[in-house]
Design a protein around this ligand. Sequence first.
Ligand SMILES: O=C(O)CCC(=O)C(=O)O
Ligand SMILES: [Fe+2]
Ligand SMILES: [Zn+2]
Length: 390
Amino acid sequence: MMSATLSSPHARQAMGELAPHVDGPAIVDAVATGARVTVDWADGSRGHFPLLWLRDHCACSACRHPLTRERLFVPLSDIDEAPTVTVDDGVLRLVWNDGHESRFDPVWLFQRRLEESRDSSIDPLPARRPWAAGFRPVRIAHRDFLQTHGEHAWLEALLRDGLVLLDDGPIADEEVSRLAGRIGPLRATNFGARFDVRSKPNPNNAAYTAIGLALHTDLPNWRQPPDIQLLYCLQNEAEGGESTFADGFAVAEVLRESDPEAFRLLAETPIDFRFQDEEHDIAIRAPVIQLDAAGRPLEIRFNNWIRDTLHLPLERIDAWYGAYRRFWQRLHDPRHQLEFALQPGEMVAFDNRRVLHGRKAFDPSTGQRHLQGTYLDLDLLESRLRVLSR
Ligand SMILES: O=C(O)CCC(=O)C(=O)O
Ligand SMILES: [Fe+2]
Ligand SMILES: [Zn+2]
C-alpha cells in the first residue's frame, strides 16, 4: 500500500481546497532568485524555497491523487529553469517551463518555510519529558476520556510522560479492549490480543503468578516489542500487589552521568532475549539501552526472566554484569520509582519501550487480584492525537 507522506492535516488539502478559515499572513511578494523562489509575507517574514522542493509539493490533481491525496509526482530530475512567478490574490502561482502550473496557499507555505540547518516539521505531538523528582502522573476520569478533550489530554500525557492514569471506570469485563479500540486495533502477541493478569494454576509467565515482579519491559525478545501497554484493574483486594514504575530513559541518563562506562557497555553490547513455551521460541539479540542517531535513548529492553544465555567474549562478561547491576540498582532506587496500588476501575497506560513496570508480591489467600491488559502501537496513538488536534 502507498503511504501518505504528509504530517499535517493541512498538507492533505490541495491549494484550491484549503479551508479559508486558516489564519496566517498574506504573501506580499515572490521572486525567483537563482535556484530558489523567495517569498515575503505581510508580517515581514521571508522564506526561500528550492525549485525542486516547490515542484515536488505541487498539489494539483496530476501531482497528488485527487481522492487519496497521496503523492504521484516523483522528483527524479533537477529543475534548472526558474518558473514564472506571480502572486494572484495572495496565492503563489508558478508556471514551469513545460507549462505545468502549481499554486500554493500562503498559510500552507508560511507554516513550511525552510530555514538553514533547521528541520521545519510542524507536527503537533508533545516532546518527551523525563520524570523529575516527585513526578505524579496525569489522571483522566473515564467519562472525560470518552469526550474528545479528555482523550486528547490522555494521549498528550502518555506521549509526553510515558505514563498516564485513567480512573473512575466501570468494573466491566473487556473495558480495556473497548477503550483501546477507540485508538486502534489491539496489538496481538504470543499471549493473545488481550490477556488476564492473575495467579493461574499453570503459568507460562511470571506475571501469571503471585510473586513480586522486578521492574521490566514486556517482550524485549521481539524485534518490535509492544509500544504501549494498558492494564485495567478489575479486582485488587489481595494484600500487596502495588504497581511500580520507572522512567527508563531518565534513569539511563542518570547512569550515563554517574557511570559513563556502564552506560556505554549497555548501549553497545547486544545480548540475547528469548521466550520459549510449548508453542513458541521467540528470540532477538539487542542492547539493553538502544540509542538513536543523536545518541539519545530510543528503547530500553530490560526483563531478567527472559534474558537468555550471555554469549560475550570471555573478557567482557564481568564488565557487562557490573554495568547491568548498576542500571538495575538505579532503576530500583526509590528516588526513581513511582509506586501506587491500582484501584478497581483504574487503568494505567505506559510506553513499554521507555517506562519499566513491576509489582509487589501479593497474597492470593487474602483476596482476588485481577487486571486485564492489552497493547497498542504508538503510530496509532500519534495518529489519533493528530486527528484530534485538527
Ligand atoms: O501484575 C501486574 O501489575 C503487572 C503484570 C505484568 O508485568 C504484565 O502484565 O505485563
Ligand atoms: Fe509485564
Ligand atoms: Zn502539479
